[in-house]
Ligand binder design. Structure first.
Ligand code: SF4
Length: 203
């Protein structure tokens, strides 16, 4: 009977089994301050897997990935890029919300490399079970997890990489970055994200 994180992730026979392991995981300290783990969501036969960074405040509260403001940007960008959400499985490199208090608010804190490395077993478990044809890394944390620290997002966005995991990997920015650019530049930043995501259809 598998009992370590890596064994459970490697041996799970379904997403349900994998998710049960994620929910119980204590592989790093992020679970201590999170409300719950946020597992991936989408069809088990999805051809495209989108990998973000980590759950945000609303994802942590609802237990669902990409339901906050960044998720709204992602939905709009996918629709404009002509990508059907039915073909897509959405997940994060890190499954618990990393945050720090600022007054009464919980502010996003970029997960440490050690936390990303600890959570990689789960992401690899998802890749093994779903066998997508393409993985889209949304932002630097996902890129670091799957392609390593030498691949920079802005220099490589819109490009395909081979991966040791099987599927091709496409690099683009995290949708939350669109919300951080000055309002006058936002439309252009959004169009650049749409252009990158439209490359999904090249496959
Ligand atoms: S962030 Fe990942 S490795 Fe850390 S406790 Fe949560 S599921 Fe486990």
């Amino acid at each position: 009977m598998a009992d370590s994180k890596s064994e459970i992730a490697a041996d799970a026979r379904s997403l349900k089994e994998l998710d049960a392991g994620i929910v119980r995981c204590r592989g790093c300290r992020l679970w201590e301050r999170a409300t719950q783990a946020v597992c991936g969501e989408g069809g088990a036969r999805a051809t495209v897997m989108l990998v973000g960074e980590q759950p945000g405040d609303q994802e942590d509260l609802t237990g669902k990935p990409f339901v906050g403001p960044a998720g709204k940007v992602l939905d709009e960008a996918l629709e404009k890029a002509g990508v059907d959400r039915k073909d897509v499985y959405v997940t994060n490199a890190v499954k618990h919300f990393s945050w720090e208090p600022r007054g009464k608010r919980r502010m996003h804190k970029t997960p440490a490399q050690q936390e990303v490395a600890a959570c990689l077993d789960w992401l690899l478990g998802e890749i093994r079970l779903i066998t997508p044809r393409l993985i889209v890394c949304l932002g630097g944390t996902a890129v670091r997890a799957l392609l390593g620290p030498k691949v920079k997002v802005l220099a490589n966005r819109g490009k395909f990489f081979d991966s040791e995991w099987g599927p091709k990997i496409l690099v683009t920015v995290h949708p939350s970055s669109i919300l951080r650019v000055p309002p006058e530049d936002r439309a252009q930043a959004f169009e650049s994200l749409v252009k990158d995501l439209a490359r999904i259809r090249d496959l």
